[in-house]
Design a protein around this ligand. Structure first.
Ligand SMILES: [Fe+2]
Length: 339
């Protein structure tokens, strides 16, 4: 089994998009990417926009090879919205492509139960589509050939009764290995999320970590979340990314909780050092200030600006690795599936 991260905080954006190669399936999880509209008073920096551009590029490329798409919930950093979102490089055509293939099975969070108003509205767009193999994930198990996919029941997005709604976690296994992806449980922020993790042992466990950067996250909630994190069996198999990595001090915070492993983020699965950009936004603007017209030109798809973004994207640390991985997966998929 191979786990390829496509979008995440350790790769310079917001997201938890992964491509999983099991023994006989290609699984694309949460095909989206996003950027914080404002951080430290600034809109996204060109470095972040380039990282988002690159993640979107690989989402679309790996989508071509996917046999199964998993949608853990309907927040924009996980779910590509069918409206113009320039910083996420998505629009109606992109969303139509991602979620319309007659043969790519979509296993998605239940749009009717355990879902808040906002996510329900977004989910409706997907679930009203005809002619696509779309299945409710919550609490269900699917077996495709030698690949088994076990979903949790709906878990709170953080604490119990969180206004952020619910998500599903997922365990994917084949004859050899297994990986568990927590989605946005924020910590774990609830005992029910920790229970699912410990009841479903996996060789690799990917967890989003507490939202310590968030002004509404209390110290008490953070400490409780870390207690749960430390209560994960096989803590040595844990990768932490997403929410915690929006905090500039994420490394120190982990050390303070006795987690000092070097290879702890999704970037380590690509053998590159993590390059978290959102938390360094003001620093990025100090180092490389942007022209006052940069954002308006970008939003009107100015060619010169888009080309500049492409050039920055080409220099990102994981670009070459991802290109090579894609080639490898493409070759393997040609022999396994009719592409
Ligand atoms: Fe998220």
């Amino acid at each position: 089994m191979r786990v390829i991260p496509i979008a995440s905080e350790s790769l310079g954006t917001r997201g938890l998009s992964l491509f999983i190669l099991s023994e006989d399936q290609n699984i694309l999880i949460d095909p989206s990417v996003s950027l914080a509209p404002f951080r430290n008073g600034y809109p996204p920096h060109i470095q972040e926009i380039a990282a988002s551009y690159l993640s979107r590029h690989y989402i679309m490329k790996f989508w071509e090879l996917a046999t199964i798409i998993i949608q853990t919930h309907y927040h924009a950093d996980h779910y590509s919205l069918s409206i113009d979102r320039p910083y996420e490089f998505t629009n109606k055509a992109i969303a139509n492509t991602l979620y319309s293939h007659p043969k790519k099975k979509i296993l998605a969070k239940d749009p009717t139960k355990n879902i808040n108003f906002n996510q329900k509205k977004r989910a409706f767009w997907l679930w009203k589509r005809n002619g696509i193999p779309l299945f409710v994930a919550d609490g269900n198990t699917f077996v495709f050939g030698r690949t088994r996919i076990v979903f949790s029941a709906a878990l709170p997005h953080g604490k119990l009764h969180s206004k952020q709604g619910w998500v599903v976690a997922v365990l994917i296994s084949d004859s050899y290995e297994s990986v568990l992806i927590s989605s946005d449980i924020v910590g774990p922020g609830s005992d029910i999320a920790l229970k699912f993790i410990n009841e479903n042992p996996a060789d690799l466990i990917i967890i989003d970590g507490p939202s310590t950067y968030h002004p509404k996250q209390t110290t008490k909630d953070t400490e409780r979340a870390f207690e749960r994190l430390m209560a994960v069996n096989d803590i040595e198999n844990v990768i932490i990314d997403h929410h915690l990595l929006r905090d500039l001090e994420w490394k120190t915070i982990l050390k303070d909780h006795s987690i000092s492993r070097e290879k702890i983020t999704l970037a380590s699965l690509l053998d590159v050092p993590p390059f978290c950009l959102e938390s360094k936004r003001s620093l990025l603007y100090n180092q490389t200030p942007l022209d006052s017209l940069f954002h308006s030109r970008f939003q009107s798809y100015d060619k010169e600006i888009i080309n500049k973004i492409r050039r920055v994207a080409k220099a990102l640390p994981h670009k070459l690795k991802m290109d090579n991985l894609f080639k490898e997966v493409f070759e393997r998929s040609k022999t396994k599936f009719i592409l």
